[in-house]
Write a protein that binds this ligand. Sequence first.
Ligand SMILES: Cc1cc2nc3c(=O)[nH]c(=O)nc-3n(C[C@H](O)[C@H](O)[C@H](O)COP(=O)(O)OP(=O)(O)OC[C@H]3O[C@@H](n4cnc5c(N)ncnc54)[C@H](O)[C@@H]3O)c2cc1C
Length: 408
Amino acid sequence: MAEFTMELNDEQKEVRDWLHGFAADVIRPAAAEWDEREETPWPVIQEAAKVGIYSLDFYAQQYFDATGLGIPMTMEELFWGDAGIALSIVGTGLAAVGVLANGTEEQIGTWIPQMYGDANDVKVAAFCSSEPDAGSDVASMRTRAVYDEAKDEWVINGTKTWATNGGIANVHVVVAVVDPELGSKGHASFIVPPNTPGLSQGQKFKKHGIRASHTAEVILDNVRVPGSCLLGGKEKLDERLARARERAKKGGERVKNAAMATFEASRPAVGAMAVGTARAAYEVALDYAKTREQFGRPIIDNQGVAFQLADMRTQIDAARLLVWRASWMAINGKQFTAAEGSMSKLFASETAKKVTAQAIQILGGNGYTREYPVERMHRDAAIYTIFEGTSEIQRLVIARTLSGMPIR
Ligand SMILES: Cc1cc2nc3c(=O)[nH]c(=O)nc-3n(C[C@H](O)[C@H](O)[C@H](O)COP(=O)(O)OP(=O)(O)OC[C@H]3O[C@@H](n4cnc5c(N)ncnc54)[C@H](O)[C@@H]3O)c2cc1C
């Protein structure tokens, strides 16, 4: 087990500096343009692919870093550059993780390369779980997958919403109900290969922030995929469903939910994105406060401004520590006995919202305009308390974990 450390090692520092260079030189200068265009920044993704930042290999390397700090460090730097563009770069990872977590080796080898494409022809992937009536309440999912045994095909029907890269993805990973009696235990994930008939993009959302990241509905109308597209395979699914039915018969005894453990391990990554956005806004505000003069002195000379900056930095550092702790726990297989993953996401995302608002205040009128980046960062920051489980859901998870009670 890697010792917990507060310091990145030399190799990590090198990677961090390289990522920071890309964020500062390529992402940040493009941020305002793609925010206004509200389109996927394909040229930036391609640039990332060329230098090796957009590939499974790179993220796998960071993920398997024994200290656990590879992914949080990567997310913080890229999202420091710009949240919308960074999400366009890392969004494919959500779908890739879905395949890595549940797929067979063959599925991983077949589909993940098609999710990323290559530097000359970059592709993206989408992970489609949320539905109009199933957001926080995942068990209400309605998208149905029915097995057609004669053809060894699954037939999928339903409407997904809020899918990052939905409709523009080369590969879609779709979660669907295979046994409605079993609630969330009756779900399974499917690959929908490129150009499959019946899959189409619905509404593309015009958003408050992260506008360079494409978010849309995905319509599945009699989508037929081969049996081999069921992640993990039919045998494993049948075994899992049989176990769930057995448990349900015994009166629904509470079992450790593997999905919950996965969320606890993935939520710190979202916390790290929030830390990146918060740090970016804090740095702009600190520079501004040191140079902007009113009443014949820099505004930071006023405690009212300086103390805000002190609080901002304290909260950002606290958020990073929570993220690093949870990431270290995840890579070392520690039990999240206090929902430490959810804690890190909750605190970091609320911090990003608060800090970016304070940054606008410190920049005064300038902060409120699109001439300066902090208003964009504030719009972007609002997503962190919503996706991958809202702040209320994080509190619910933490409270349930701490108390062992079915708090509603
Ligand atoms: C930009 C963006 C990108 C996204 N990307 C993806 C993606 O790639 N794939 C995907 O599958 N999904 C994605 N999502 C969906 C996202 O995960 C959901 O929006 C989120 O889970 C919340 O669901 P909801 O929007 O339906 O809100 P709701 O669940 O309807 O919640 C509305 C409000 O009620 C509160 N609430 C709900 N239940 C409770 C409760 N029990 N106790 C207290 N408060 C409660 C919530 O906290 C929230 O404040 C994305 C969303 C956005 C906005």
